[in-house]
Design a protein around this ligand. Structure first.
Ligand SMILES: [Zn+2]
Length: 392
């Protein structure tokens, strides 16, 4: 998978989406794979010594960051080789995604170990091309079997002490480590405290926790919630739980699957209103069938059917999505969310969640040149990842 390197390039004439405003007719100078200057139409250099790309008619956004994705183009993270992961990275780059966290469903310790090894190798391969793998996301195994969704309960665990964490194999010091957990599992709050101490990104999900436990999890270091409203006890006026708690707290962010199936578009609009764009992040929760069309797929040891873009497992549960972040962005755009706000919920907020906001997630001088140019129809014209260009 060859790609053209544009480590030094001047991107011209786009509507550049900056953190607070849009720059119509703007230009971005990339040197050494980083953003070094941003020009308005008036200040753009007349001639440039680097290669130029004319992006007239496009909107230039920071590349999307997907913190929750199980696979695509036939590749399931749980069974992937390093080459398979690179295939996903390449596909995601074409969809405007510049960073992602391969997301593990609960599995055997041996399965977890083989995935961690594959991710580690893919992250450091000299062949790496496409969306950058930023680390790993373990969805479970410390989650509530009463809110399992499509996760396999036989691999769920309780926590009794650090020995129970030995299976969490993430050798890289520079890799992001994220986990979705339910504070009500036995030892759950202590688990949050221990993982926080180890600098994990902790997200609450697959949960029926009480307000009291959620407050304890917050005090122990949890600041985020996974696919908000899905796989958690529903909102009830006499027994407020995770949804009421997440809605009430300005210091907790939530990610959502904006496919129009996991959440009704009306609820997405309501969430933008209540949480505000600072409190929301988009994820895909995409499975291996993504990019393959409708049909039956063998994933996670069972047959998952995809029909009209909706997934279901044999028990009838929704089993992840078949969208990419690009589809999620288009969905939110159709609900009236501006590109400035989309840059926040699809890039800046995920980057902040992962502690990478100093490096990516916004069009800012000094950041990596991880960028996507969308045409007026919302299609990807060009993705740039630290200077590499997709499509080639
Ligand atoms: Zn998931």
């Amino acid at each position: 998978m060859k790609n053209i390197s544009s480590k030094n390039v001047l991107l011209r004439n786009a509507t550049v989406v900056l953190p607070e405003r849009e720059l119509v007719g703007g230009s971005v100078l990339v040197l050494g794979g980083r953003i070094v200057s941003i020009f308005s139409a008036e200040t753009a250099p007349r001639a440039s010594i680097v290669e130029e790309i004319d992006l007239s008619g496009t909107t230039l956004l920071p590349g999307f960051i997907d913190v929750h994705i199980h696979g695509a183009v036939g590749v399931d993270v749980m069974e992937a080789t390093p080459q398979d992961l690179q295939k996903v990275s390449h596909y995601l780059a074409l969809q405007g995604v510049t960073g992602w966290l391969p997301t593990l469903v609960p599995g055997s310790d041996a399965n977890y170990a083989s995935v961690a090894a594959a991710v580690s190798e893919a992250m450091h391969s000299s062949e790496a091309a496409g969306a950058r793998i930023l680390g790993v996301h373990y969805e479970g195994p410390f989650v509530n079997s009463a809110q399992c969704g499509a996760l396999h309960v036989e691999h769920f665990k309780n926590y009794s002490g650090p020995l129970d964490l030995e299976f969490l194999a993430v050798p890289e010091v520079d890799a992001v480590r994220m986990i979705t957990l339910a504070p009500e599992v036995s030892g759950g709050v202590e688990l949050v405290r221990e993982l926080k101490r180890r600098r994990w990104v902790i997200s609450i999900g697959h949960t029926r926790a009480s307000l009291e436990l959620l407050d304890q999890a917050f005090a122990a270091g949890a600041r985020h919630m996974t696919h908000f409203m899905n796989a958690m006890s529903p909102l009830h006026h006499r027994s407020p739980g995770p949804i009421a708690w997440g809605l009430s707290r300005d210091d907790v962010t939530c990610d959502v699957i904006a496919d129009g199936i996991h959440l009704d578009p009306f609820m997405l609009r309501l969430l933008v209103k209540i949480k505000g764009v600072r409190g929301l992040a988009l994820i895909s929760d995409a499975i291996a069938a993504t990019g393959k069309g409708d049909g039956d797929y063998r994933i996670w040891g069972e047959t998952i059917s995809v029909k009209n873009g909706r997934t279901s497992n044999p028990s009838g549960s929704i089993a992840g999505s078949v969208i990419t972040m690009l589809d999620a962005v288009r969905m939110m755009r159709s609900l009236g969310v501006s590109y400035i706000d989309l840059a926040q919920i699809a890039s800046a907020n995920p980057a902040r969640l992962l502690g990478r906001h100093y490096d990516c997630g916004a069009i800012k001088i000094g950041n990596r040149a991880d960028l996507v140019a969308l045409d007026s129809e919302g299609n990807v014209r060009l993705t740039i990842i630290a200077g590499d260009r997709f499509p080639e």
